[in-house]
Design a protein around this ligand. Structure first.
Ligand SMILES: Nc1ncnc2c1ncn2[C@@H]1O[C@H](COP(=O)(O)OP(=O)(O)OP(=O)(O)O)[C@@H](O)[C@H]1O
Ligand SMILES: [Mg+2]
Length: 512
């Protein structure tokens, strides 16, 4: 697009525009801006400050700017949307997209289907860009960006949308206790934002590993999360490989113990601290491997929520909540070590996944709609720790990301270092929401398998350092740069509206 020289500064990369062709309109992103002249001599003899008239004259024809537009979607005269297979002709006029255009492309939150959710507005425009929540839940998704760009706020926003519109049940592994009750807002120490439990008390339950911490923050866990030694399988330990750095023979030793002592393998191992050699002989494992295994796993004894003996099974309890449509936040309180986060997330997810496979098979057998499992989305932060190339092959998270919703379970991965995630897993991610990233490797990783990657790369490079993201993939008709929706009082009010589209207060007044 040719841009008049005095208009250059009004345009930005990432801006949303529409080209009016003869037969169709093309929706585009501005992916690049550059200056141009009709003749190189102009640059050799530029107008001086004393020559405003010359400058004005040059501006009429000879100096201008070029905006590179990437057509992403075409709309035919009859309103149907289609992929772009052609280009607009010469001299086709370009205008800003209208609110109506945005609604046609991205859907309208007030649509009866209740599947659209506003996540922000296009750059410099007062309009709502929606994501299609139903399509979002059909795949695993990723939210990426360097630290402080607003990933957690955006994740909370998307989860609120899913919970509000009942599109998926969520299990959130909340390492820093930011999702449930309240979370601090940067900048002003006094400023807090509401958590999901506060917004949806009826639809969210908190499981806490550290109930005392939850109480100190002015809340109350619905369930104190404790797990027994017998709920830890060898697979859970293997998934901690990047933390434990054990020799493969140590894992073989673990399997040998498990072959003999079944579920009690870990407790038995930990009880043999003073006669490891004899124990190694007993199970037929290498004494050094057993000793290494013992040393590393001893850390588990210090975790107060891992207990011996029989107790109520929290995972069954979790499943009951999930069946009744309630989302679960697992708060780690002061147990913020990576070791702990990986261990707990793996144990719980592996068990839930097994239960979901059973449920799915049951549904396939009966084909009754009452048996259909609810869609489950599992949120993990620092996802590269679960899904790096080594872990992705061994852990339950890799399996879930690869099997693509066959069993109604998908992931929402949040990460500041997407290049650490296995490439195959990245290519399976349906919708990506990407904030500013500085590292070239991370940028390249988020754009693997994306059409027009090179153009989007410049757009990504132009994002502001906070609250600006590019959304691309399955849940949006075309890639778009947005200013993220503000997570504030106005948002809370919108979330407290009922499905009838009225505030709860209004509904009560209507009844009486
Ligand atoms: N949608 C939003 N509404 C209101 N404030 C926001 C929003 N997004 C970001 N912020 C502000 O930006 C700050 C940083 O956001 P956030 O904590 O989500 O970053 P992050 O990407 O998760 O960082 P980290 O990688 O360190 O966890 C927040 O504390 C908040 O003040
Ligand atoms: Mg965060």
């Amino acid at each position: 697009m040719r841009v008049r020289s005095d208009q250059v500064e009004n345009l930005k990369t990432g801006k949303f525009v529409s080209i009016h062709g003869e037969k169709q309109r093309f929706f585009c992103l501005i992916t690049n801006l550059s200056l141009a002249v009709t003749h190189p001599d102009i640059l050799l003899f530029p107008p001086t400050e004393d020559e405003p008239l010359l400058k004005e004259l040059l501006g009429k024809k000879d100096i201008y700017a070029t905006a590179t537009l990437r057509p992403m979607l075409a709309v035919q005269k009859d309103g149907t949307l289609s992929p772009v297979k052609t280009i607009p002709p010469h001299f086709a006029p370009v205008t800003e997209a209208t609110r109506q255009d945005i609604a046609t492309i991205f859907g309208d939150e007030n649509d009866v289907s209740k599947k659209y959710f506003t996540i922000g507005s296009p750059l410099d425009m007062d309009a709502s860009v929606c994501i299609d929540l139903e399509r979002l839940t059909e795949r695993s998704n990723g939210i990426f960006g360097k630290t402080g760009t607003g990933k957690t706020f955006l994740t909370r926003l998307v989860l609120a949308g899913l919970i509000h519109q009942d599109k998926a049940v969520n299990v959130i592994f909340d390492m820093h206790s930011e999702y449930g009750l309240q979370a601090r807002k940067e900048g002003n120490n006094q400023a807090f934002v509401k958590g999901l439990k506060t917004l949806f008390p009826e639809k969210v339950v908190i499981f806490s590993l550290d109930p005392a911490s939850t109480r100190r923050r002015g809340g109350q866990a619905d369930v104190d999360l404790t797990l027994s030694y017998s709920s830890i399988a060898v697979e859970d330990i293997i998934s901690l490989d990047t933390e434990l750095r054990l020799n493969p023979t140590a894992y073989e030793a673990a399997y040998l113990i498990a072959a003999k002592y079944k579920k009690n393998w870990l407790e038995v191992l930990l009880s043999h601290g003073d006669n490891l050699k004899e124990f190694a002989n007993n199970v037929g494992a290498h004494p050094e491997s057993i000793a290494a295994l013992y040393r590393k796993l001893k850390a588990i004894e210090r975790l107060p929520f891992i207990t011996s003996g029989i107790q109520t099974d929290v995972i069954t309890q979790m499943m009951e909540y999930i069946d009744s449509g309630k989302s679960i936040i697992i708060e780690f309180g002061n147990f913020t070590s990576t070791f702990c986060y990986l261990l707990i997330a793996n144990i719980i997810t592996r068990r839930l996944h097994t239960l979901y496979i059973k449920k799915t098979e049951q549904f396939l057998g009966s084909q009754r709609s009452v048996d259909e499992p609810k869609k489950l989305m599992i949120t993990i932060e620092e996802a590269h720790k679960f899904l790096n190339p080594i872990a992705a092959k061994q852990t339950i998270f890799g399996t879930i990301a690869r099997e693509m919703r066959k069993y109604y379970v998908s992931l929402l991965v949040v990460d500041q270092r997407p290049s650490g995630i296995d490439a195959e897993i990245l290519s399976q991610i349906g919708t990506k929401i990407v904030a500013q990233l500085n590292d070239e490797k991370d940028i390249a990783a988020t754009l693997t398998g994306v059409n027009n990657a090179s153009q989007l790369r410049t757009v990504l490079g132009g994002l502001e350092s906070k609250k600006q993201v590019i959304v691309l993939g399955h849940a949006v008709a075309m890639p778009v740069v947005i200013q993220t929706r503000e997570y504030d009082e106005k948002f809370y009010t919108a979330m407290m509206h009922t499905m009838a589209g009225k505030p709860v207060k209004q509904l009560i007044e209507d009844i009486f």
